[in-house]
Each structure stands twice: as C-alpha cells, then as structure tokens.
Design a protein around this ligand. Structure first.
Ligand code: A2P
Length: 329
C-alpha cells in the first residue's frame, strides 16, 4: 500500500487510520515531494522513511491513497493505475468524471463495482453534510438542500493550520502578521471560502463541488442544492447548518429516529442543556455529530427540517472515508 502526500495533514491521518483500524497490509510506502524525502514517520511503532514520489513509485503496490492536491493526482494517479494499483484519490481531480466512482461507504458502496483503477473520495463538506441525510433521503426524498458551512483550517492543509496558530498568537501579542496561505486575516475572523468564485453565478468552487458531488453520490441529478461555504478559525472540524425540504411532510421526531440509526453518525441534540454539535467535540473522532433537529417553520407545508452537524474534516471528511473505501475493496 502507498500513501501519496504522506507528510500532509490528511496523509498523516491516513497513516493513523490504517494503524488504528488494523488494516491488513504487508508493506506501507510513504511518498511525498523531494522536500520530505528521508524524513521518517511512525507506523505500528516502527519508523518509516518517506520517499520522493516518482513515476516508478508504484511497482508492486496494490492500493494507493492520494492526498497531495489535484495536479499531483492528475499526473500520478493514472501512472499508479497503469502500474496495477487501485487509486483512492482525495483530490477533486477525478470526482466528476462519469467513469470514476465517487463514494461515501455509508451511502453508495455499490458504486465501487466496475471501477477502472481510480476511485474518488468526495469533498469534505459534502461528506460531512450528506452522510447523516442519506437515511432521510431514502425514507422521504429530499428535493431541496440549503447549506451554510463553517469550515476549518485543515481543509486548506497543514500549512493553513499552522497559519491559524501563528496568526492567533501574533494577534494576541499585538504583533503584525502577514498571511501566506489563506487570502484574508484568519485570527478572530470569518471569510468566504478561499476557492475561486465563478463570476457568472457568484458561487465559489467549494459550493459548486458540494452541489455537484451531492447529486452524484445520491444518484439524484434533480436535487436542488445551494451552499454558502465559509472559513472559520477552527483547526480541524467542519460544521454545517443545513435546511432541507422533503417530498412529503416530515417531523423532527422522524428525522431524529432516522439519523440516530444512521451509520457513522452520532446524535448530539440536548435542548435542555443547550448541548449540540461542536467542532471541538467532533475533532479527533470518527462520527459526524448531528443535532438542533427542528421543523423549519419558514415552510408551512411541514416538509422542511433544519439541523446542524459537525465532523472531523481530516477523518470522516478525508482520511477515514478513504480508508473505509479501501476496506471495502
Ligand atoms: P511535502 O510535505 O513534501 O510538501 P497538505 O495538504 O497538508 O498541504 O499536504 C500536501 C501533501 O502533498 C504533502 O505530503 C506534500 O509533501 C505533498 N505534495 C505536495 N506537492 C507534491 C509533489 N509535487 N509531489 C509529491 N508530493 C507532493
């Protein structure tokens, strides 16, 4: 097995997931850029040396997990597949390719059948938003989905997490800080997601990914989706405020029952204590936390529900989902 981008924020979590879940493997090959060649990372108590990713990195590899950005995936995923490896790619490079399965194991594991060597791991905000909604969609089709995300630094990589720490320290000490990774001051601030904005529609690429990937994973091209994606100064878990409209009337009790039984999801919905999903509670854990489940009173037909979720972007939003796909394979 190989991990491409093993030194990155997601890559390190992939190593952790393989170890924690006792993934059956004979050898783990850690690959990154030339900058990291020779570094060591620990796996199952042993130091493993990181190697530079090259065209000959994949000889003898059965499974390759990629998380080194789209351009690396575009170039090296086909090379890995030609060398006989099955690629699970965490970048957006192949997600909307009709021949590439885009998989959340709790939702559409059947899409893995007949893959052609490359499988795409979905966008983190899409995974965290829609995994809890799948049982609802099956019971009473969701026809419209509105989401507003509160996205952490980790989605922009290890360097963005470090920028949040440094910018916060500088702010508290009254020092100037010039941001290098994200386009706006990050400490004690909130800003529109750093993805490129489509000038015609006004939606940014993150919002478009959430819409298109949700439709592909649910197998429902008619689903109406509108997303507003925002960066917040949180290190590693995304939160999302969700409103959805079903085909038929639906009660919060029914949604609570469906969500409580959903795999990969944990209900955190304590109105008395005002205790609901928080990124701090989601960080470092596998389940997506779901709460604030209530009737959306702006829809008098009784078909709409509002809720709030939080999930670890690096785990279920990326590394864990990829390793779960590997387990199915
Ligand atoms: P490196 O640490 O050597 O730069 P993150 O998402 O946290 O920014 O991590 C990105 C990951 O992708 C890192 O492991 C990084 O390695 C790796 N990476 C970036 N560019 C390349 C490249 N051109 N070839 C191989 N790995 C790369």
């Amino acid at each position: 097995m190989a991990i491409v981008g093993a030194t990155g924020a997601v890559g390190v979590e992939m190593i952790g997931c393989l170890e924690q879940r006792r993934f059956p493997l004979a050898e783990l090959r850690l690959l990154a850029s030339a900058r990291s060649a020779g570094k060591t990372l620990e796996f199952r108590g042993e130091p493993l040396t990181v190697r530079e990713l090259t065209e000959s990195s994949f000889a003898g590899v059965d499974l390759a997990l990629f998380s080194a950005g789209s351009s690396v995936s575009k170039k090296f995923a086909p090379i890995a597949a030609r060398a006989g490896a099955t690629v699970i790619d965490n970048s957006s490079a192949f997600r909307m390719d009709p021949e590439v399965p885009l998989v959340v194991p709790e939702i559409n594991p059947q899409a893995l059948r007949g893959h052609r060597g490359i499988i795409a791991n979905p966008n983190c905000t899409a995974i965290i938003s829609i995994t809890p909604l799948w049982p609802v969609h099956q019971a009473n089709r969701i026809v419209r989905l509105l989401i507003a995300s509160y996205q952490s630094a980790s989605g922009a990589g290890a360097a963005a997490m470090e920028e949040l720490r440094e910018a916060t320290r500088a702010y508290l000490e009254g020092r100037p800080y010039e941001q290098r990774v994200l386009p706006h001051p990050y400490a004690f601030n909130v800003f529109s997601h750093n993805a490129r904005v489509d000038p015609a529609s006004g939606y940014n690429e993150e919002e478009i990914k959430v819409r298109e990937e949700t439709r592909k994973i649910f197998g429902d091209p008619e689903l109406r989706v509108s997303a507003t994606c925002i960066r917040v100064p949180v290190l590693r878990a995304h939160s999302v405020a969700i409103n959805f409209e079903c085909q038929r009337p639906i009660s919060p009790e029914e949604v609570r029952r469906l969500v409580a039984g959903a795999p990969g999801v944990k209900l955190v919905d304590d109105r008395e204590r005002n205790y609901f999903p928080m990124p701090r509670d989601a960080s470092g854990g596998d389940p997506i936390l779901v709460g604030r489940i209530r009737q959306d009173v702006s829809d008098p037909s009784g078909r709409s529900i509002a809720l709030f979720v939080a999930g670890d972007q690096l785990l279920k939003g990326a590394a864990l989902n990829a390793v779960q796909i590997a387990e199915i394979l």
